[in-house]
Ligand binder design. Structure first.
Ligand SMILES: C[S@@+](CC[C@H](N)C(=O)[O-])C[C@H]1O[C@@H](n2cnc3c(N)ncnc32)[C@H](O)[C@@H]1O
Length: 244
């Protein structure tokens, strides 16, 4: 999917089953998430991530945070408990409409629609903390790479970047179809199979390639942890990165 298709796809999720498409717990499909319970998962996640960053000996400023692929604001709202200002960025207008509806801090949490493969809406070096979870895994690696380079551009000199991305599928037959996914043939097959339904495609980038890419764009990888937030069929990692 190119970015236009990706936007249409996530917009369909945003209009049909937004909370489940963000956190696809099987018992929550068909709009069965309770809103409080849903946002509570975000608070727990952000508390854990910030405790982890702290435990790595990094003390990041508390001025401004970026939540990339913010969806309905599950993590942006939680970040607002720790940072003065939060910018949530998403490609889907439908997701962002909901994010705004549930925005408890309208003067401090700002949501932005971004449909290009860069973050030119932000100047260089403005964020103390950048977080992106279960987002880069749903786009072609060329886009994920472009955003990673942009994360490093907009990260402040003493800031920290934490993001998750799968490395590879666990099963060889899933690995075999990976190169087909960006092709028109694969999209054609998906349209036949799923008709107008939105789909959740998964992509990964091998860990050594992610590290090399980050280094090439001025990042220093402080830590890498196995991550459980992706689809269970994938090996996934969470990266903690600072500016070199
Ligand atoms: C699975 S949801 C995760 C939302 C949020 N990170 C969370 O954990 O609550 C993935 C989100 O990424 C967004 N997304 C997908 N591609 C994107 C892109 N290229 N730029 C910005 N957002 C994107 C989708 O619209 C969707 O809201």
């Amino acid at each position: 999917m190119d970015l236009k298709e990706l936007q249409e796809n996530w917009n369909k999720f945003g209009l049909t089953d937004p909370f489940w498409s963000v956190l696809a717990w099987p018992d929550k499909a068909e709009n069965r998430w309770q809103i409080d319970e849903f946002f509570e998962t975000g608070r727990r996640e952000i508390d854990d991530v910030l405790a982890y960053v702290n435990a790595q000996g990094l003390s990041v400023g508390r001025e401004r945070a970026l939540d990339f692929g913010c969806g309905v604001g599950r993590l942006s709202q939680a970040l607002a408990r720790h940072f003065q200002r939060v910018d949530g960025v998403d490609i889907s207008p439908a997701m962002l409409t909901l994010a705004q509806t549930y925005n408890q801090f309208p003067d401090r949490v700002h949501y932005h629609q971004n449909e290009v493969d860069d973050l030119s809406l932000f100047p260089d070096a403005v964020f103390d903390f950048i977080y992106s979870n279960i987002t880069l895994q749903h786009m072609q690696p060329r886009y994920a790479r472009a955003y990673m380079a942009e994360f490093l551009r907009v990260l402040g000199p003493n800031g920290a970047l934490v993001f998750q991305i799968p490395a590879q599928a666990k099963r060889w037959r899933h690995r075999l179809i990976q190169p087909l996914k960006p092709t028109r043939l694969f999209r054609f097959y998906q349209r036949l199979r799923y008709r107008d339904q939105p789909v959740m495609n998964m992509y990964g980038i091998p860990k050594n390639q992610v590290v090399r890419w980050l280094q090439a764009h001025g990042g220093r990888v402080v830590d890498i942890q196995p991550d459980q937030s992706a689809d269970a069929l994938w090996h996934s990692f969470r990266y903690l990165v600072i500016k070199d």
